[in-house]
Design a protein around this ligand. Structure first.
Ligand SMILES: Cc1cc2nc3c(=O)[nH]c(=O)nc-3n(C[C@H](O)[C@H](O)[C@H](O)COP(=O)(O)O)c2cc1C
Length: 331
């Protein structure tokens, strides 16, 4: 049999396979990204810029200028015209250098909580040559000032401001903690974004019982985290016009195959590369190729979404009824 074709498309970009290295410390330098390309990654999402960092630096610069009495503090346009904060300039240089050094698509990433001052920077990202932009939205689920409507409104406002600013494709990376995730994703989909990334990973707190202080929990995911992403990918697949990227818990070739069967266009991987090293990308590609050969699939589209909620022939399998069945039988 012929070697299967692993290529897929995501955000309108042609990818040689469905493995993207997700935003993290693995994607914060040109040297690291060259290595990821050599290992077979089909695209990378750069380490995020954090809105708070950008705004803090801009505020400091404006403050130092206003101390010298020659700009109005509220004039962010002035800031845009005169100077770029160093964090931004470094980020733009990273994009430009990556685009020279690798052939795979480079997706920039901004971690944002509002549609405030940083949005002009999206245009600079586009000018620097990024192939797409991923917006990592972070709304604190414990914020009692912000109900479901406020979260939806804030999300749509961010998307519309960025969409007005750039033409490159936009993907939204969201948290699993929403009142009604399906409805929330439908709003996002209708806003015209090209991709939805499920999910971002929050920092997990822990408690040090010897020092009696709050400490950091596990930074990396485990393969056990796959199930939650799998459920939502399967439930959203077929309902969305935009592409769906699975991010969280994909640690090996089997995890990758499961997500595509559930309907994912691509998988973003991070933790497994910290645990198993970059060679894991090659191993996952080999596993996918072997599996497709065994099952006589010539291309990804032949099996993508085959076990999504709408295609599986057993939609309830993805929902709560199974929860009761399995837990009752667990004696
Ligand atoms: C060390 C580390 C740094 C990360 N930094 C970012 C970041 O800057 N921006 C972002 O959107 N996600 C970041 N993430 C989240 C990952 O992109 C990814 O969504 C998450 O780790 C789940 O995927 P995984 O199970 O393959 O690790 C980071 C994750 C790790 C482990």
């Amino acid at each position: 049999m012929k070697i299967p074709d692993l290529s897929t498309d995501y955000l309108g970009l042609q990818l040689k396979n469905p493995i993207i290295v997700g935003s993290s410390g693995l994607t914060d330098s040109v040297e690291k990204i060259i290595k990821l390309e050599k290992m077979g990654a089909a695209a990378v999402v750069l380490k995020s810029l954090f809105e708070e960092e950008i705004i803090l630096e801009m505020d400091e610069k404006i403050h130092s200028m206003t101390n010298r009495h020659f700009v109005f503090p509220e004039s962010m346009d002035y800031m845009e015209a005169v100077d770029e904060p160093n964090i931004l300039a470094d980020y733009l240089e990273l994009i430009t250098e990556c685009k020279k050094a690798v052939e795979i698509p480079v997706i920039a990433s901004i971690n944002c909580v509002s549609s405030q001052k940083w949005t002009f920077f999206a245009r600079e990202i586009e000018k620097a040559g990024a192939d797409a932009l991923e917006l990592n939205l972070f709304f604190l689920p414990s914020d009692n000032q912000r109900g479901e409507k406020e979260v939806i409104d804030a999300t749509l406002e961010i998307i519309s401001k960025v969409k007005l600013t750039v033409r490159i494709p936009i993907a939204l990376k969201i948290s699993a903690f929403q009142t009604n995730l399906i409805k929330y994703c439908e709003y996002i989909d209708q806003s015209g974004v090209e991709g939805l990334v499920l999910f971002n990973r929050s920092w997990l707190p822990d408690i040090d019982i010897n020092q009696l202080v709050i400490s950091s929990g596990f930074v990396l995911s485990s393969p056990a985290a796959l199930g939650n992403t799998l459920r939502w990918v399967s439930m959203l697949s077929g309902r969305m016009n935009c592409n769906v990227a699975a991010s969280t818990g994909v640690h090996d070739g089997a995890g990758l195959i499961k997500q595509i069967l559930a309907g994912a266009h691509v998988c973003q991987i991070v933790s497994t590369l910290y645990v198993n090293d970059l060679v894991q990308i090659q191993k996952m590609i080999e596993e996918l190729t072997r599996w497709m050969t065994t099952h006589e699939f010539g291309s990804i589209s032949e099996f993508r979404g085959r076990l999504s909620q709408s295609n599986s022939g057993n939609p309830a399998a993805w929902e709560r009824v199974q929860f009761m069945k399995h837990f009752r039988n667990f004696v």
